[in-house]
Design a protein around this ligand. Structure first.
Ligand code: SF4
Ligand code: SF4
Length: 152
């Protein structure tokens, strides 16, 4: 990438497609099932992951065909800004959109290395159950760790 610090001086609107893609830390939190309280409209994360999520790498196992295979998989774009409401507080898109910086563990601060992100617990690694392995109501699996930004 010609401009490794692009995220510090470009707005989300100014970013190229490759820069936009590079912003994603690969935490996997947006691939968790969510619950919305009908009375309050409040959003809750669960610790249930999408069937296509690789629980170790925290990556989609079929990224190219994700929309064909998972009907409610959402592409994060500025055109669909409402999709930002589904993102966790640590998500790079949400943070930059809110005028905040990237977290210290973000791979873009470490030449793309995700080791620190996993080490500080900012990804879903080791914390989730696949939707193919659970039964019962989603409400039973509400989790608050996805809201943690894993920073001091
Ligand atoms: S929550 Fe944000 S940073 Fe994490 S995987 Fe999803 S889009 Fe990428
Ligand atoms: S299809 Fe892939 S990108 Fe979409 S929610 Fe599932 S694991 Fe995530």
């Amino acid at each position: 990438m010609n401009d490794p610090l692009f995220w510090q001086h470009k707005s989300l609107e100014q970013m190229s497609e490759s820069e936009w893609e590079a912003l994603c830390d690969g935490c996997g939190k947006c691939c968790l099932a969510k619950v919305i309280d009908d009375d309050t409209d409040e959003l809750y994360f669960t610790d249930i992951n999408c069937q296509l999520l690789d629980q170790h790498s925290c990556q989609c196992s079929d990224y190219a065909n994700r929309f064909a295979k998972v009907s409610d998989c959402v592409k994060i774009t500025l055109e669909h800004h409402e999709s930002f409401q589904w993102l966790p507080p640590s998500c790079a898109y949400r943070r930059l959109d809110e005028g905040r910086a990237l977290p210290l563990w973000h791979p873009l601060r470490h030449n793309g290395d995700k080791t620190l992100m996993h080490r500080v617990g900012a990804s879903v690694r080791g914390k989730t159950i696949s939707e193919t392995a659970v039964s019962g109501e989603l409400q039973e699996f509400i989790a608050y760790w996805p809201l943690d930004e894993c920073e001091d």
